[in-house]
Design a protein. Structure first.
Lengths: 334, 291, 669
């Protein structure tokens, strides 16, 4: 059956992506120039005012190598790690925050990244496509040109420039939003939810704006061509009202490539989210990754990159599974 | 990544109010100003724009210093000129490599098919899905200190080829089924001959569009890394100039030109590249008649 | 296809699903932190306490405390990934978040303005029981209580020492190997007296068992809490029981902030004798990177910053008159930090093994331009291998001034430039600096230091010629083989912006003087590795060999030993002697100083001799004191320590913070 074959094929790709991704990211941090143990010892030296004797340092070095799982050659470490990651989803302890588990640190940051990403991706996709649809469907009117111009100007602006501009205008000049986010601990309440929302608006706005442009432009060009197709013209002659033609005929047919594009751009969107987090000090995985890279904390870095790849690949896989809903050719086996 | 915007599917019967060729003209003129300006102007100065303390600090805009000088005693205008040039160079270099690799892999996969295609597609899917930034963060920390820009470009190539390869492969896939290819095959032409003579001309237009979009991708990625301090920031690029301006709090010490000029330049350059690529794409689609 | 299709409903369904996912995800955003919040008072934070009638505008902080009673401080360490570890036996606990100043108590603290130690938990300075200086009797103050009401006694001290010895090799805190190597035996005499014997004659007993500059190797544990814990290596010490005047109220599970509340029984705390600390609440919060921090500071969102860049402060002062730097005149900041910035050179690696080459690099460094370009001229030059502070100046700088003036290199050249400070003022004036911000008269040398080395590329060229290096056609020095010498200068990346900037300016200066220099910026992980690995280090901007805070220079320099010397191509890591000094005479002098009574003039004289030896061979190019840029905002709190109100140094991470807390006043806003 066509559908089963499709699902299987996607699943195989999913596994392969995971495997290749994990392998690349496993070896990459090992080539990093930093060395967690030396970093740690030099920090200690600075703090302890050079009071450690060479024997004491040697003792620390040995015990840390043991604790961090850095004994043995690269292959032994690799096998050990794969074992732990695959069987227990365990990335070991963070080097700079020993003995805290990397998975604990990641789980703390993950909700922020996921929340930010899901919201902004959905918003920019839905609103962008609606604007694009209107601009394309009514492409002869002046308003449509304005909407399209919006897309043309927004699309090529890089994330970091949008982020910096948004920060300057909304947080500093107009003072509508906080300059740096604050999150309260404690029970989840409506108040707390509002606070999280309020503190997340700036990074979210950046991501929505950045995603906007492409959705407007591509939807518009699809809508323009689709509405000239014979079946839409036929519907018009049949007397199907404007709104129904726009949504039921044009949008429906333009939807497919837009979903495909969304699946393909997930990785890119994720990159943007990481960058945005770094610029706004938003407590997600991106910020974690930056500090881990700086401190040479392999385990944390490895964990956060692995998590990113799993997240993006899984999101793409889920969208792949929903895809047949939109594409009757797969659903019905052509 | 920029290439997503290439929509080859529309046959533009309905005229867009924004005339296609207008896009191309505007885009091309922006790019030519940037290219000509940044490649010719450097011949008219002996001053190393990155040398510190060449002029007095924080001077306002004047005829002598078009954009004033920054907190390091550098002339902002000249720094910007060199930044644009270096960014363009990196963009062109990376884009050249990416176009070569992606065209080769995309075309061969599309035409040869079979296991070869499956493996290539698997790698394409992987490289598209894997978020590149985390990997670039690691690599950035690794190489930024003592490497040339060639290595930065090489890294961009390794992680940037998949998008174009994917598009080209699917184009070739649809071409493969067309009449004229079969004709060529039956008339006894070799695989390479067919790819070169029959398939390539159709892919060519996309290559141009892809090439321009990839420049955009490369400049953008390098600049993003520079803004968070992970590229070779002592070399002027569009990213490093923003990095320095942020580092010295340009905006708040009244050095508006220092931060706004590179932002405006970046947006304009990107707009120019983008308009050129879409303009060209649609022009070609029009000429082709039907995609 | 053109019938009223199910697809519209699919789209609607998708939107519904999306919004469900969104609403489902939102609670998870919030509950996850709540779940990991193990500490005290998490619920209190959401229910703002009633204002304590100190008046004020009734404005509340984001963490639910009255702004008028809350002192808000930028964190020293940015954001932390693991904010809930308060166990001082663990090296990665959040010690920068107020634990050192507000929570722990020490046997002896150090007055960071004078370098003098004073008793805190101890009743007095230790009694020395033998002539070898190895046996000490420590008596403790009575009436000090832990924050949970249990009295602090000798048992806590003994328990801490027991724990250190038992946990050797298992617990990661660096004080453990240090103290267990330092202490030979100990015993309790009575509830308020202990006796401790050291392994070697110890003239630094109070600074080792107490505080040297910043931290302590010996953090006393509450026996009644820790003895119940099964595994101290994984214990996180939630709800830390404190000796200091504050207790932890709540903190951000994301590591952006920690909130402290004054103890009701603060009189019974380790700092109770100093008086009542003014702020009821102290919030340590990370306001993000430099850009967002400056914005927040201008908007009065916090009161004290830590290491803001000169430009950030300039911007702040320009836009908000209540923002003040330590001094209204150049160089604006307190220069009393224990360490200084300088350039490490690998003394073993050719051609840097030649003192003439090292001197050539020093004379090719235009420090005035470096300080002007990278620091806006806000620095104090220091030519000796230590910072020029109010403590070290009378001990080392003033006695050596004449020697510096007379000092000659091998070829008779006199490198000392006594006019450095005056020239610096001139440079600032030429650049259009406001004369009212520039020092005059005696203050010129006080501000910019008593001098530095001349900037003389011509002399450098002569020195390089003796080593066989000549400038090539491209203007860069090339070795005897005709190859250009490429100097690698390792500098910190974003994690230390001041050094990063200074580093780029040094490279700029050397390049102009003919040394082809590549400034390679590295993250802090790699920085430590380069510093400690012989074969990697060529030159680097660094501070570690120069940390001399009080007159006890041996504290730092004892690591300059033969033990810390490895073959030139060895990849083995070493700690200390990072510049690979090979001079036997210096080694011997340092060993000799280590066994001297530090209160004697002979000890200082030996130090001066060591300095002369180091300078003659230019082991290390020391450049400037670390400018500790600590701007304050007077909106909610005033009377912070300033140059004209110097009741303490301005640091929020030293003992000075304890003094600041009892001295600042609320504005009532």
């Amino acid at each position: 059956m066509k559908l089963a074959q499709y699902v299987l094929q996607r699943f195989a790709t999913y596994l392969a992506v995971l495997f290749i991704g994990l392998t690349i990211t496993f070896f990459l941090p090992r080539f990093m120039p930093g060395d967690p143990i030396n970093n740690y010892i030099s920090q200690i030296q600075a703090r302890a005012g050079q009071t450690l004797s060479p024997e004491a340092v040697e003792q620390i070095r040995n015990s840390l190598a043991e604790l961090y799982g850095l004994k043995g050659n690269l292959f032994t470490q690799y096998v050990g790690f794969l074992n732990r990651v695959i069987l227990h989803f365990d990335f070991g302890p963070s080097f700079t925050n020993y003995p805290e588990k990397v998975s604990t640190i990641l789980l703390r940051a993950l909700p922020y990244t996921v929340g930010l990403l899901l919201t902004t991706t959905a918003l920019s996709w839905i609103i962008g496509n609606l604007i694009g649809l209107v601009a394309g469907y009514y492409n002869k009117r002046a308003g449509a040109t304005v909407l399209e111009l919006l897309g043309i100007v927004l699309y090529p602006i890089p994330y970091y420039i949008l982020a910096i501009s948004v920060l300057i205008v909304l947080a500093f000049w107009l003072q509508i939003f906080p300059i740096s986010p604050t999150f309260l601990p404690g029970e989840f309440t409506w108040e707390k939810f509002k606070q999280i929302l309020y503190n997340s608006i700036l990074p979210a706005l950046t991501l929505v704006l950045a995603g906007f442009g492409w959705n407007i432009l591509s939807m518009k060009s699809l809508a323009v061509s689709t509405k000239e197709e014979p079946f839409v013209q036929f519907a018009r002659l049949k007397g199907v009202p404007n709104w129904n033609r726009m949504t039921g005929y044009v949008f429906r047919n333009a939807l497919l490539p837009q979903v495909t594009a969304l699946i393909l751009s997930l990785g890119t969107i994720f990159n943007g989210a990481l960058l945005t987090e770094m610029i706004f000090s938003y407590p997600g995985v991106g910020l974690l990754m930056r500090t881990a890279a700086g401190a040479g904390d392999y385990n944390l870095l490895y964990g956060s990159i692995t998590l990113s790849i799993i997240a993006v690949a899984t999101a793409a896989f889920i969208l792949d599974l929903i895809y047949p809903l939109f594409d009757p050719r797969i659903r019905l086996g052509r | 990544m920029a290439d997503r915007i290439v929509s080859t599917k529309s046959s533009q019967k309905g005229r867009s109010p924004l005339k296609l060729n207008a896009r191309l003209y505007v885009g091309l003129s922006i790019i030519s100003v940037f290219i000509l300006g940044s490649f010719i102007l450097p011949f008219f100065t002996d001053v190393d724009p990155a040398a510190q303390g060449t002029y007095l600090k924080n001077m306002p805009l004047s005829a002598k210093h078009l954009l004033g000088t920054n907190s390091l005693g550098q002339d902002i205008f000249w720094f910007l000129v060199f930044s644009i040039r270096n960014s363009l160079l990196i963009g062109l270099g990376a884009s050249f490599g990416i176009t070569l690799i992606s065209t080769f892999l995309g075309m061969s996969a599309g035409y040869i098919g079979g296991w070869y295609e499956r493996i290539v597609v698997l790698f394409i899917d992987t490289f598209i899905t894997i978020p590149v930034l985390p990997i670039l963060i690691v690599l950035g920390a690794l190489v930024r200190g003592n490497t040339s820009f060639a290595i930065v470009a090489a890294i961009l190539i390794v992680f940037g080829w998949a998008w174009n390869a994917r598009t080209i492969r699917s184009m070739v896939l649809s071409l493969r089924e067309r009449e004229f290819i079969n004709m060529a095959r039956f008339s006894g032409a070799g695989t390479f001959d067919i790819i070169y003579k029959e398939v390539f001309p159709h892919v060519y237009a996309y290559m141009v569009v892809g090439f321009i979009n990839t420049i955009l991708f490369a400049i953008n990625t390098e600049a993003a890394l520079a803004v968070i301090g992970l590229s070779k920031i002592q070399v002027p690029t569009l990213g490093s100039i923003i990095f320095w301006a942020l580092n010295y709090n340009a905006l708040m010490i009244g050095q508006t030109a220092w931060i706004v000029a590179p932002i405006v330049a970046t947006v304009l350059l990107f707009l120019g590249l983008f308009l050129t690529s879409t303009g060209y794409n649609e022009l070609f689609a029009e000429r082709r008649g039907v995609a | 296809m053109s019938r009223k299709s199910p697809l519209t409903s699919w789209v609607i369904a998708l939107v519904v699903i999306m919004s469900m996912i969104l609403s489902a995800c939102a609670p998870s955003v919030a509950t996850a932190p709540a779940a990991t919040q193990a500490s005290s008072g998490s619920t209190e934070a959401t229910n703002p306490p009633a204002s304590d009638a100190t008046g004020g505008s009734g404005e509340m902080t984001e963490v639910g405390t009255p702004r008028s009673e809350t002192l808000i401080v930028q964190t020293f360490d940015g954001k932390v990934d693991v904010p809930d570890n308060f166990n001082p036996l663990n090296a990665s606990y959040v010690l920068w978040r107020g634990l050192r100043e507000l929570a722990w108590g020490y046997l002896w603290e150090m007055d960071t303005a004078t370098g003098q130690s004073y008793p805190e938990l101890a009743a007095e300075m230790p009694k020395i029981l033998d002539d070898q200086h190895t046996q000490f009797q420590v008596s403790l103050k009575k009436g000090i209580y832990w924050s949970d009401g249990v009295e602090f006694t000798a048992d806590d001290v003994i328990y801490t020492l027991d724990t250190y010895f038992a946990g050797k090799g298992k617990l990661t805190y660096w004080g453990i190997p240090a103290i267990t190597g330092y202490v030979k035996s100990y015993k309790k005499i009575d509830n308020y007296t202990v006796e401790i014997e050291t392994t070697h004659p110890a003239y630094d007993f109070v600074t080792t068992m107490g505080v040297y500059t910043w931290g302590s190797l010996f953090n006393i544990l509450p026996k009644h809490v820790f003895e119940k814990v099964e595994d101290l290596s994984t214990f996180k010490n939630p709800n830390p029981v404190t000796l200091g005047a504050y207790t932890l109220k709540s903190f951000d599970p994301n590591g952006q902030w920690h909130l402290w509340q004054r103890r009701d029984d603060w009189q019974r705390s380790s700092t109770g004798w100093m008086g009542q600390p003014a702020p009821k609440y102290i919030l340590y919060k990370n306001f993000g990177d430099e850009q967002t921090r400056t914005l927040a500071f201008i908007k009065n969102q916090y009161d004290v910053d830590t290491f803001m860049s000169p430009d950030g402060i300039a911007a702040g002062k320009k836009q908000n008159p209540l923002i003040k730097s330590f001094s209204p005149v150049m160089p604006y900041h307190d220069m009393g930090d224990a360490c200084s910035y300088g350039i490490l050179m690998n003394n073993q690696k050719a051609p840097l093994d030649n003192p003439n080459v090292r001197w050539a690099l020093a004379l090719s460094l235009d420090l005035k331009s470096v300080g002007f370009n990278s620091m806006n001229g806000e620095f104090r030059a220091s030519a000796l291998p230590m910072p020029d502070t109010q403590i070290t100046h009378p001990a080392f700088f003033a006695p050596l001034e004449q020697w510096l003036k007379d000092f000659k290199l091998e070829d008779g050249y006199q490198p000392w430039d006594p006019n450095f400070a005056a020239d610096m003022v001139k440079k600032m004036t030429d650049a259009g600096a406001d004369p009212s911000t520039l020092p005059t008269g005696d203050n010129v040398t006080k501000s910019y230091g008593m001098g530095w080395w001349k900037y003389d590329p011509a002399e450098a060229e002569k020195l390089m010629a003796t080593a066989g290096y000549k400038k090539g056609a491209d203007g860069f020095y090339a070795g005897p083989d005709g190859k250009t010498w490429e100097v690698e200068l390792v500098i910190p990346s974003d994690w230390n912006k001041v050094m990063q900037r200074v580093g780029f300016s040094i490279a700029d200066s050397w390049n102009k003087a003919g040394f082809k220099t590549n400034a390679r910026q590295v993250d802090n992980g790699e920085f430590g590795k380069v510093q400690n690995t012989n074969s990697l280090l060529t030159t680097m901007v660094n501070w570690t060999p120069s940390c001399v805070f009080n007159t006890n220079y041996v504290q730092n320099w004892r690591s300059i030993t033969k033990d810390n010397l490895k073959p030139v191509d060895s990849n083995e890591e070493i700690v200390g002697n990072n510049m690979r000094v090979t001079d036997e005479k210096i080694f011997a002098q340092i060993v000799e100083a280590g066994s001297m009574d530090q209160s004697t003039p002979e000890f200082l004289q030996t130090g001066q001799e060591i300095i002369k030896g180091m300078l003659s061979q230019m082991f290390y190019i020391n450049m400037m004191n670390i400018p500790t840029t600590i701007p304050t905002n007077d909106t909610y709190w005033t009377n912070f320590p300033k140059a004209d109100n110097a009741y303490s140094v301005p640091y929020t991470w030293w003992s000075s913070f304890k003094k600041i807390l009892v001295t600042i006043k609320p504005t009532g806003k």
